[in-house]
Design a protein around this ligand. Structure first.
Ligand code: ADP
Ligand code: MG
Length: 168
């Protein structure tokens, strides 16, 4: 559904296999330099979704672990899925960031430049530093295996991606 510049969709996810299918559909519609803010409680599946997204572009998902000490991890796939260009995924977890004033020293500004996809866990911690053009993706836990995803595409580029998912 499109409301003004934003688009929203709610998707039931039965299990981790379905999450992998969703990741494939998500990666297929994302714009260049996509920014995805991942909301949800501990254990919701934020890191698991980034693993699935990495696997879609040919990055070993076991490489994707919760960034703790460094807060920001970089993953590069040798070849992009269709263009042959390098795919760079940035995976950040702001859970341990003490405050937004400490963001600069994590290397955040440099990290997001030139990334193909940026995924941020605990984006609430850096609310003021989030780009206006992004997807807010919330994961709600329905059962040990089932989740409900709610996506809001903000700004025209990301709204188009969410609208594409809504129309599938
Ligand atoms: P977060 O990063 O949100 O704290 P994790 O991805 O680290 O959460 O953990 C999610 C846990 O839930 C993992 O152990 C994963 O195997 C499990 N899980 C079970 N079903 C699902 C599902 N449908 N989607 C995502 N994770 C799931
Ligand atoms: Mg996590």
């Amino acid at each position: 559904m499109r409301v003004g510049d934003d688009a929203t969709v709610t998707l039931p996810i039965a299990d981790e296999v379905a999450l992998g299918d969703f990741a494939r559909r998500l990666m297929a519609v994302l714009p260049p330099a996509a920014f995805i803010a991942l909301y949800g409680d501990l254990g919701a599946g934020k890191t698991t979704l980034v693993k699935c997204a990495a696997a879609v572009v040919g990055i070993d998902p076991t490489e994707v672990v919760s960034p703790t000490f460094g807060l920001i991890h970089h993953h590069t796939a040798g070849q992009g899925i269709d263009s042959g260009a390098t795919t760079r995924i940035v995976h950040a977890d702001m859970y341990r960031l003490s405050g937004i004033d400490d963001l600069a020293e994590t290397g955040w500004d440099d990290a997001v430049v030139g990334a193909s996809h940026v995924f941020v866990e605990w984006p609430e911690r850096i609310a003021d530093a989030l780009p206006a053009d992004r997807i807010d993706l919330a994961i709600a836990i329905d059962s040990p295996t089932a989740r409900t995803l709610t996506l809001i595409g903000r700004g025209p580029r990301h709204a188009e991606a969410v609208a594409a998912l809504a129309n599938q």
